[in-house]
Design a protein around this ligand. Structure first.
Ligand code: PEP
Ligand code: MG
Length: 572
């Protein structure tokens, strides 16, 4: 796809009021148009009332509602597949949790109506999960969605969630629950616009994974009504309300050109001046490898090994691990495959590596710290990787997660070499290791920047908290400056510096990251096409210029807008 100057999005630096166009954060480069349909909003919390039906009838109502919701979530899980399947399966299990049902029954026994009993029991359960923190804390937000589904069943009203108007539409919602995003029918939902949420919210991540045209965090979209016609332009982050025929025709040309380019043969990632920028895939299971190759992944930039073992209580055996790694490596003959050692803790707790309660697990025993504390598990993983490596001709690189100090870097890379692993590096996700990147790279063969955690630790904003989404934006110049430190250290030491956080999947930010010194980019495979396209439109000099513009801003929104205005002003 080529966006000609006349078709470029409007001046991205223009001030936008409540009138059209509305501004948000675009996911990818897609453009779509159609009639708005608003999402059904959740019902208000029910008031307490004493049952007139009697306890037995209330029990029966609750069981009918909860069973129907659990069955529906399980069916959606099966239909969804991928990352969404796991989220939905977890939701179905929560809905059917016997402890939760006991809590509801207890309130009914004391005379309450089913609606209030469910409401109060869910609220108590949610508080318990939130107090537990980590993975369980993350699941707490899902309870609201499950509760709304059960309540709608009990009240006999439309379930809040994605409507089905019987024609293709642009879905406008405050935000989407994972259950909703997962089952969106992409033949019907032409585009998604959310009022809340940021570029790294779960909605943005799932939208990217599904290759949807989406704009998140468009606060003024609250004024949109079902029946309005809109153009959703993710490349510029603008929603045009009631567009003119000319604007509609222009959007149609852009989406046709985009479709044609997605069917063109896949080329390796490169800038407009030919500078290669290998485009790699972030994977969590070997079975996802084929789809990534089909989308043009030139290798793997991040294989998250902990995803294989999130639900197991015991450490996996060497044999189990070896088979998984071998399956992965076999899918990428002669290609680079970067495997990350178990990143346990905080948002990804593994019971066999993190058993102690910590007040602040993101600042505790996680990543390489947790592996070092369980040296047997670390050694077993390196053994399994070395054994798998010996049987394939993929180019295996290994890296340690959450490396903070130079000493940790030296420890890990020496250990990996002891196991015969040729290429050993570290993830830079903590400001400390970014600031000392030249000393870190003196010991490591490469660095890979995890922008999700680097943003979390730079901005002191928990990446799991939706309420902190405004801070969790990798466009922030402070984060970019740290990336630039690592990029410059990579140039000085002659070592590769990859990016494997969500930031690499944002097409324009990807160009900026290359301008800051990144030598490869790794992302969810669905994002590869847009990133490949955006790289092909900028030379290295232009990328450096855009990086300078973004670094000079005072905040994330300013950096994004200034870079966008400059990028779209370029003649290509
Ligand atoms: C990151 O932190 O950016 C990263 C890639 O690792 P994860 O998201 O798995 O923590
Ligand atoms: Mg990380």
């Amino acid at each position: 796809m080529t966006i000609s100057p006349s078709e470029q999005p409007k001046d991205a630096s223009a001030t936008v009021g409540p009138a059209s166009p509305l501004r948000g954060v675009g996911i990818g480069l897609g453009v779509a148009q159609g009639p708005v349909v608003r999402m059904v909003e959740p019902a208000a919390a029910p008031e307490y009332a004493t049952s007139t039906l009697g306890a037995e009838a209330e029990y029966a109502r609750v069981r009918e509602a909860i069973t129907a919701v659990a069955d529906e979530l399980a069916a959606r899980a099966e239909a969804a597949g991928g990352a969404a399947q796991e989220v939905l399966e977890a939701q179905a299990m929560i809905a059917a949790d016997p402890t939760l049902l006991d809590e509801v029954d207890d309130r009914i026994n004391r005379g309450a109506i089913a609606e209030w009993a469910v409401y109060d029991a869910f609220a108590g359960f949610k508080a318990t999960l939130e107090a537990a923190g980590g993975y369980l804390g993350e699941r707490a937000a899902d309870l609201d969605d499950i509760f709304q589904r059960v309540l709608a069943r009990l009240q006999g009203v439309e379930v809040p969630g994605v409507p089905n108007p019987g024609h293709p539409f642009v879905l406008v919602a405050r935000d989407l629950a994972p259950a909703d995003t997962a089952i969106l029918d992409l033949d019907q939902v032409l585009a998604l616009v959310t009022i809340d949420g940021g570029p790294t919210s779960h909605t943005a991540i799932l939208a990217r994974e599904k290759g949807m045209v989406a704009i998140v965090g468009a606060a003024d979209a609250a004024a949109l009504n079902t029946g309005d016609t809109v153009i959703v332009d993710a490349a510029s982050g603008l929603v045009t309300v009631n567009p003119t025929d000319t604007e509609k025709a222009r959007a149609t040309r852009r989406s046709t050109a985009r479709l044609a380019s997605s069917e063109a043969p896949l080329a390796p990632g490169a800038l407009a001046d030919g500078t290669p920028v290998p485009l790699l895939a972030n994977l969590g299971k070997p079975t996802d490898a084929a789809a990534a190759v089909a989308l043009g992944a030139e290798g793997v930039g991040l294989f998250r090994t902990e995803f294989l073992f999130l639900s197991t209580a015991q450490a996996p055996t060497v044999a189990q691990q070896r088979e998984s790694y071998r399956a992965l490596l076999d899918a990428f003959p002669k290609r680079k495959v970067v495997v990350r050692l178990l990143d346990a803790g905080a948002d990804k707790p593994l019971p066999f590596l993190n058993d102690a309660h910590e007040e602040n697990p993101a600042l505790g025993l996680r990543g390489l710290r947790a592996l070092r504390a369980s040296n047997d598990i670390l050694r077993e993983q390196l053994t399994a990787l070395a054994e798998a490596d010996a049987t394939t001709d993929a180019d295996l690189w290994v890296m340690a997660p959450m490396v903070t100090t130079v000493e940790e870097t030296a420890y890990f890379t020496a250990l990996a070499r002891e196991f015969g692993l040729r290429t050993a590096g570290v993830m830079i996700e903590v400001p400390a290791s970014a600031l000392l990147a030249d000393r870190v790279l003196a010991h490591a063969d490469f660095a890979s920047i995890g922008t999700n955690d680097l943003t979390q630790y730079t901005m002191a904003a928990d990446r799991m908290l939706n309420s902190m989404a405004g801070f969790q934006d990798p466009w922030h110049p402070a984060v970019l400056r740290l990336v630039g430190e690592v990029g410059a250290a990579g140039v000085r030491t002659g070592k590769p510096v990859g990016i494997c956080g969500e930031a690499a999947a944002d097409p324009l930010l990807a160009v900026v990251l290359v301008g800051l010194g990144a030598t490869s980019l790794s992302m969810a495979p669905a994002a590869l096409a847009d990133v490949r396209h955006m790289l092909s439109r900028h030379t290295l000099d232009e990328a450096r210029n855009l990086a300078g513009i973004a670094l000079a801003a005072s905040d994330a929104a300013g950096a994004r807008q200034a870079a966008m205005a400059a990028a779209f002003a370029q003649p290509r």
